[in-house]
Design a protein around this ligand. Structure first.
Ligand code: CO
Length: 193
């Protein structure tokens, strides 16, 4: 398992809700936390590890020693958004790139945890920002799609660099074909969605 980088097509895939969450998926979640800590991230969506599944993980401490802070959000839905706030974001699928994004200041998140328990919380601050960023991932939306106009202009070249690297790998046949990607998504969706 590895973190895929923009513009890998799975990052643009809109994931369908999960109908079940079994032991193999729990092990995948553990591996995702390890990857996230190694990359010093605070959130990671399943499609960032090439899985078209509707869940993401969060640990605002980004520290394997703070496992009690680990959260898993399955089938997340955001509602009752309030206020707006600009803040700098980054993404493990665009390493090294940071830019300002406007997000809702306060949200209500509805989801399920690993135990199948319902989560319904009103959150603000950093957690609200991370939840919005990760839920966007599951809808195929990246933070670079939501940059403030000045940030979008300032980061345009850096974004194009990621696209050029991807195009090069694609030309060298290092990436799966569109048909292979579609099959890969369908296989996971048939099993869990
Ligand atoms: Co991200």
């Amino acid at each position: 398992m590895q973190i895929i980088q923009y513009p890998h097509p799975t990052l643009r895939h809109v994931s369908k809700p999960l109908l079940r969450f079994d032991a193999p998926l729990r092990r995948i979640v553990e591996d995702m936390f390890e990857l996230m800590y190694a990359a010093k991230g605070v959130g990671l969506a399943a499609n960032q590890v090439d899985l078209p599944l509707r869940f993401f993980i969060v640990n605002l401490e980004s520290d394997a020693d703070a496992r009690e802070q680990q959260r898993v959000f399955i089938n997340p839905v955001i509602s009752r958004t309030k206020g707006q706030k600009v803040g700098e974001e980054g993404c493990l699928s665009l390493p090294g790139l940071y830019g300002d994004v406007t997000r809702s200041e306060r949200i209500t998140i509805h989801a399920y945890d690993l135990g199948g328990n319902e989560i319904r919380e009103e959150v603000d601050g950093m957690l609200a920002r991370v939840i919005q960023h990760e839920t966007d991932h599951l809808d195929g939306i990246l933070f670079i799609d939501r940059l403030t106009p000045s940030a979008a202009q300032a980061k345009r070249e850096a974004i194009e660099d990621f696209e050029a690297i991807h195009a090069g790998r694609s030309e060298r046949g290092e990436l799966p074909s569109e048909e292979e990607m579609t099959k890969h998504w369908a296989k996971w969706e048939a099993k869990y969605c």
